[in-house]
Structures are given as structure tokens and as C-alpha cells.
Ligand binder design. Structure first.
Ligand SMILES: NC(=O)c1ccc[n+]([C@@H]2O[C@H](COP(=O)([O-])OP(=O)(O)OC[C@H]3O[C@@H](n4cnc5c(N)ncnc54)[C@H](O)[C@@H]3O)[C@@H](O)[C@H]2O)c1
Length: 335
């Protein structure tokens, strides 16, 4: 299959591309290599892909309507995986327009490309943050997600809604994946594990928000990449059990679905830090701070739907995943 991956120089994009290439798919990767975080890390990820047979990179901004339309006119894709986004909850409080451009304008451009290019399956990144102020655990796709607490979350929820209209109007099979705190080698410098590791190795204190009373359903990158590929291979189909006068938020009469993709095992932030301290062989100096605006104290994924649709079963325990991250971090920055 020929697959378009947007955000291919990103953390999840690089790993998903590697997995598709390893099984012989052709991958066109696009990315605008923006400087939200270290561009050198994005370029290094692309170098990992550059030599692999079947990979091509095109530098392109998904918010550029003409360029995206042109790409879909030139090339024909069996599947599209949209991982390009302005990510990060906290940054959306200070730079809202970056989110509107990439996550809304860019997303519509891709939907249009998929519509006119007759793409077989559009898979896109949503986020656990769509659960917003919900406190019922674990988070289920059958729950309403109408109360986001950050603009980032609101754009992800909007993606799910926009995708639904294209599934309904144009029969585009579309699946949204709500990722739960992804971590591992080649991870993002703006996320806790990276920030903590860097600070501890430099002898600086780490910022522990909500005074450490946080839980996250940390999900290892290889499990995520495996889940994304399983989903790609199973295009969304209409749900014959869907009843319009009792609409289930998890499905539709249209070929549209959303899935949680998480570890189904929330871990206390302090236990995550302990796993990191063990992997580094160093104690962290902790600065306890209140919960940040836009953030939520806990996430916990109900993954029964994804399991029953694809057999997805995450396999990496947090201490092992953290150990592999530290090994990568030390190797990468030593080099
Ligand atoms: N990592 C997580 O824990 C997590 C959790 C929930 C959701 N997500 C979502 O998963 C997706 C991938 O996340 P990630 O962690 O790999 O992030 P990332 O920032 O590492 O990757 C995103 C990539 O998209 C590129 N990009 C951004 N705007 C673009 C544009 N306008 N045009 C082209 N490329 C653009 C960036 O340069 C980057 O390389 C994102 O949609 C993110 O919101 C991630």
C-alpha cells in the first residue's frame, strides 16, 4: 500500500513510518519541520527514515491549501495517517493561532485531499485530552466529550467532528485515535520524561505539577505504532447497531470511528519519576507546583473497543519503557 504520513519527522510519525516500511509499504512522509521544538531532532528522525527502501520525504505545510491539493493530485494514496499537529496543551494558552492553522485549516485540507483523492482510509491523531473535565474512569469512547479544558483539546475534538461530516457526506472511512501520553526513544522535548531526564542529568530540579498528585496512562511508542498500523489495515465501516434517536458517541451510521489507544494502566506521576530515577541511577530534586491551566489530574484509557476491533494489546511495562528511553537519550546526546 502507498501511505501518506503527515508529521513524519515527529515522534510518533517516525515510528509509524518505520513500521510500515519494514513490512514493505511505500511511505510518503510530509512535515514542515517547524521550530516548536529542536529542529535538529526532527532532522535526525528523518535521517533514520532516509535510507529505508520505499520512503520519500516532501517538506510541506498541511495548512498550505494549494500545496496539499497539488500533492493529492500528483499522488494516489491507499491510506493517509495524519500525525501532523500543533501538539502540547500548555502552549495552546499562549499560541492559539498555531493550533487553528495546523489542527483546523490543515485538517480540512487533508480531508479535501482524501475526498478528491478517493483515499481508502483516513486515520488521524486525536488525543486523550478530549476527555477534558470528565472524571469517570476509565475514559470510554461511549462517554460524551463536550467539555474540553484547552484549545488544543477543542481542536482535536473538532477533528473528530469534521471527519464525521466527510464520512457521512463522501463515504470517507475515517478513524480517530485518542493517544494517551506517548513516551519512548526519540520522544518529544516538551514532554515530562524528556524534560525530567534533561534536568536530572544537568543537576537541575524538576517541576512536579499538582504536587505530584497526577496519574497518566503512559503508553510506550512501539505499542502505539503497532496499534496505528492495525487500525490502518481495518478501514472504518458503518455501525449497523447505531440508533439515531440514542446516538452513541463512539460510532455512527457513517464509516467513522474513534478509539482510545492507551496502556489501560494508569501510573502515578511519582512512580513514573521513580522509574526514571532507577534508570538514570540518580535522585531527582523535586519542585512541587500546582496544577497548570489546561491540564487534567488523571487519564486512564478504556481500550476494550480497540482490542475487540484490532486485537491491540499494549505490551511494554513503564519501567522497561523508561529504561529504553534513557538508553536512547544517553546514546543520542553522547553522539
Ligand atoms: N505524544 C503524545 O503523547 C500525544 C498524545 C496525544 C495526541 N498526540 C497527537 O499525535 C500526533 C503526533 O504527536 P507527536 O508526539 O509525534 O508530536 P510531534 O510534534 O513530535 O510531531 C508532529 C509533527 O508534525 C509536524 N507539523 C506540525 N505542524 C505542521 C504543519 N502545519 N504541516 C506539516 N507538518 C507539521 C511537526 O514539525 C512535527 O514533526 C499529534 O497530532 C499530537 O497532537 C500525541
Amino acid at each position: 500500500m502507498k501511505v501518506l504520513i503527515t508529521g513524519a519527522a515527529g515522534f510518533i510519525g517516525m515510528h509509524v513510518a518505520q513500521r510500515l516500511l519494514a513490512r514493505g509499504d511505500e511511505v510518503v512522509g510530509i512535515d514542515n519541520l517547524n521550530d516548536y521544538y529542536d529542529v535538529g531532532l526532527k532532522e535526525a528522525r528523518l535521517k533514520q527514515l532516509a535510507g529505508l527502501p520505499g520512503f520519500r520525504f516532501v517538506r510541506l505545510d498541511i495548512a498550505d491549501t494549494a500545496a496539499v491539493a497539488d500533492l493529492f493530485r500528483r499522488e494516489s494514496f491507499g491510506g493517509v495517517i495524519n500525525l501532523a499537529a500543533q501538539a502540547g496543551v500548555r502552549y495552546s494558552l499562549t499560541n492559539p493561532h498555531a493550533y487553528a492553522q495546523t489542527n483546523l485549516v490543515g485538517f480540512v485540507n487533508l480531508l479535501e485531499g482524501c475526498r478528491h483523492g478517493k483515499v481508502g482510509h483516513f486515520v488521524y491523531a486525536s488525543s486523550s485530552s478530549v476527555y477534558g473535565g470528565n472524571t469517570k474512569m476509565p475514559f470510554s469512547e461511549h462517554d460524551s466529550v463536550d467539555h474540553p479544558v484547552s484549545l488544543y483539546a477543542a481542536t482535536k475534538k473538532s477533528n473528530e467532528l469534521m471527519a464525521h461530516t466527510y464520512s457521512h457526506l463522501f463515504g470517507l472511512p475515517a478513524t480517530g485515535l485518542r493517544f494517551f501520553t506517548v513516551y519512548g526513544p526519540w520522544g518529544r522535548p516538551d514532554m515530562a520524561l524528556f524534560l525530567f531526564t534533561k534536568a536530572i542529568l544537568e543537576g537541575r530540579p524538576i517541576d512536579v505539577f499538582n504536587h505530584g498528585k497526577m496519574q497518566r496512562d503512559f503508553t510506550y511508542i512501539d505499542d502505539i505504532a503497532e496499534g496505528v498500523v492495525r487500525v490502518l489495515d481495518r478501514p472504518a465501516a458503518p455501525d449497523p447497531a447505531f440508533v439515531k434517536d440514542r446516538p452513541d458517541p463512539a460510532s455512527s451510521w457513517a464509516p467513522w470511528r474513534v478509539f482510545n489507544i492507551g496502556n489501560h494502566q494508569p501510573v502515578e506521576l511519582m512512580a513514573y519519576i521513580e522509574a526514571l530515577e532507577a534508570a538514570l541511577g540518580r535522585q531527582a530534586e523535586k519542585r512541587f507546583l500546582p496544577l497548570q491551566d489546561g491540564d487534567v489530574p488523571a487519564t486512564y484509557a478504556d481500550t476494550a473497543e480497540l482490542h475487540s476491533a484490532t486485537g491491540f494489546a499494549p505490551a511494554t511495562p513503564v519501567p522497561e519503557g523508561v529504561r529504553r528511553f534513557v538508553e536512547w537519550y544517553r546514546g543520542y546526546y553522547r553522539a
